[in-house]
Design a protein around this ligand. Structure first.
Ligand SMILES: Cc1cc2nc3c(=O)[nH]c(=O)nc-3n(C[C@H](O)[C@H](O)[C@H](O)COP(=O)(O)OP(=O)(O)OC[C@H]3O[C@@H](n4cnc5c(N)ncnc54)[C@H](O)[C@@H]3O)c2cc1C
Length: 384
C-alpha cells in the first residue's frame, strides 16, 4: 500500500509510534490531536525490553535510554518494608538485548514528536466522527475542519470516539481501584536507589526512578469509581492511607506538589472480537486497553504500532493489511489484558488471611515461577 495516506487520531505513545513507523516506509501521514498544547504529563512510564525493540527499530531507543533510567533491581515488599521478592531487572538486558527503562512521559513524548517529519502533527483537532465509502475515509473535527485518507487509525485512548462510533456496544470495565501518580525531584537515596511495589490491604505503592534526580510514584486503593477531589484533598487522603507504611513513602508524598497529583480510576476493556471496520482500525488503549499491573499498556501500543505499519507496507491492499494486523496482535494483547487484570486482583486483596497467604506464597515461590509472565511479556521481539 505504499504512498497511501493515513490519518491517525491521537498523539499518545501509540499514535506517535505508528506515525514514525509509517513515515519510515514512505506513507503520507497526518496525526490529529485534540489538546491545544502538549503539556507536561506528570507521570513516569516503565518500558520493558519488548518496547525497546520497537523504539530501536524506530531509531529513538538510545535517546530514550539516555533520557530515562535503566532499572537494575525490582522488589515486591510488604507495607512494613519487608522484602517479599527481589528481582535483577538488569538481567533482562543480557537475556533479551534491550534494557528495561523508566522515563518521564513528557520526555518520551518529546523524543517521539521530534522524530516525526515537519507538519505531521496538528493540535486542537478534536475528532467528532468519520464516514467511509469505497474510495476513502473522511474525518470531521469539532472545529468544522475535514480531512480524507485511505486508512484511518483511531489511537485516541481508552475513551476513543473512533471506537465508540465503530463498536458502541464495547464498554469499559472498572477494576475496583483507583490510582494516583506523581513525579518528584528528590535527593533521598532510598527513593532513588530501588524500584519497588509494596502491597498492603487493598492498596499498593510503587516507586520508580525516572532519571538522575526524579522519582515517579504510584498508589492504588480499592474504592468506588468516580471520586472528584482537589490536589490538596488527594494529597491529604494519600498521606492518611500510607501513614504507617515503610519509608520513604511519606517523604515522597510530602514533597510532591498537591496540584500535580494525577488520579485515574483503573479500567480496561475485556478483549473484543475485532478492531476494524472497512478502512478504519483501532490501536493502543483504544483497541486493547489493559490495567497497569504489568506496566505493559504503552509497550503494547508500541508493538501494535510497529505491526500495523509493517502490515500496511507489505500487503497490497488495506483489507489484507488490517486483517493481518489483527491476526498478529489479538492473542498477545488479550493475554496481557487478562493476565494484568488477574494480577491486579491479587495485589488489591483486602482480607487479612488472604493477604498473609499471598505474601507467604510470593516469598516462597522460586524466582523462575514468579517471573514466568514477566518474561513472556518482556522477552518478545515483535520486530523480528
Ligand atoms: C496509572 C497508570 C500507570 C501506567 N503505567 C504504565 C507503564 O509503566 N508502562 C506502560 O507500558 N504502560 C503504562 N500505562 C498504560 C499507558 O499509559 C497506556 O497504555 C498508553 O498511554 C496508551 O497509549 P495510547 O497512545 O493508546 O493512548 P493515550 O496515551 O491515551 O493517547 C491518546 C491520545 O488521543 C487523544 N485524543 C483522545 N480523543 C481524541 C479526539 N476525539 N480527537 C483527537 N485526539 C484525541 C488524547 O488527547 C491523547 O493524546 C499506565 C496507565 C496508568 C493509568
Amino acid at each position: 500500500m505504499n504512498k497511501a495516506k493515513v490519518i491517525i487520531i491521537g498523539a499518545g505513545v501509540g499514535g506517535l509510534c505508528t506515525a514514525i513507523a509509517l513515515q519510515q516506509y514512505g506513507f503520507e501521514v497526518k496525526v490529529y490531536e485534540k489538546v491545544k498544547k502538549l503539556g507536561e504529563v506528570g507521570a513516569g512510564l516503565t518500558l520493558w525490553s519488548n518496547a525497546l525493540h520497537v523504539l530501536r527499530a524506530l531509531g529513538v531507543a538510545d535517546e530514550v535510554i539516555a533520557a530515562g533510567s535503566k532499572l537494575q533491581r525490582s522488589q515486591i515488599r510488604a507495607n512494613n518494608g519487608e522484602t517479599l521478592f527481589d528481582a535483577r531487572t538488569d538481567e533482562m538486558e543480557t537475556k533479551y538485548g534491550e534494557p528495561v527503562v523508566a522515563i518521564h512521559r513528557a520526555d518520551l513524548h518529546q523524543i517521539l514528536i521530534n522524530a516525526l517529519k515537519p507538519n505531521t502533527l496538528k493540535l486542537d483537532m478534536n475528532c467528532a466522527k468519520f464516514e467511509q465509502d469505497d474510495n476513502k475515509v473522511t474525518v470531521h473535527f469539532e472545529n468544522g475542519e475535514v480531512d480524507s485518507a485511505d486508512v484511518l487509525i483511531g489511537a485516541d485512548g481508552i475513551h476513543s470516539v473512533v471506537r465508540k462510533q465503530m463498536f458502541p456496544e464495547v464498554q469499559l470495565r472498572y477494576s475496583g481501584y483507583t490510582a494516583w501518580r506523581g513525579v518528584v525531584e528528590t535527593e533521598n537515596e532510598a527513593a532513588l536507589g530501588l524500584t519497588s511495589e509494596s502491597w498492603g490491604r487493598g492498596a499498593r505503592f510503587g516507586i520508580v526512578r525516572v532519571d538522575k534526580k526524579r522519582v515517579y510514584w504510584f498508589a492504588t486503593r480499592n474504592q468506588p469509581i468516580g471520586e472528584k477531589a482537589t490536589g490538596e484533598q488527594k494529597k491529604s487522603k494519600l498521606l492518611g492511607i500510607f501513614s504507617k507504611w515503610h519509608k520513604p513513602i511519606d517523604h515522597l508524598l510530602d514533597s510532591t506538589p498537591a496540584e500535580i497529583i494525577l488520579q485515574n480510576d483503573i479500567c480496561d476493556i475485556a478483549p473484543f472480537a475485532s478492531w476494524t471496520k472497512g478502512r478504519v482500525t483501532l490501536l493502543g488503549d483504544a483497541a486493547h486497553s489493559t490495567t497497569p499491573n504489568m506496566g505493559q499498556g504503552a509497550c503494547m501500543a508500541m508493538e501494535s504500532a510497529y505491526v500495523l505499519a509493517r502490515a500496511l507496507n507489505e500487503e497490497s491492499d488495506y483489507r489484507s493489511a488490517l486483517k493481518r494486523y489483527e491476526r498478529e496482535r489479538h492473542e498477545r494483547t488479550a493475554w496481557i489484558t487478562n493476565t494484568s487484570w488477574s494480577i491486579g486482583k491479587g495485589g488489591q486483596v483486602e482480607n487479612p488471611l488472604l493477604i498473609g497467604l499471598r505474601n507467604f506464597i510470593v516469598k516462597i515461590t522460586p524466582a523462575g515461577a514468579m517471573q514466568r509472565n514477566l518474561h513472556k511479556a518482556t522477552g518478545y521481539d515483535v520486530t523480528k
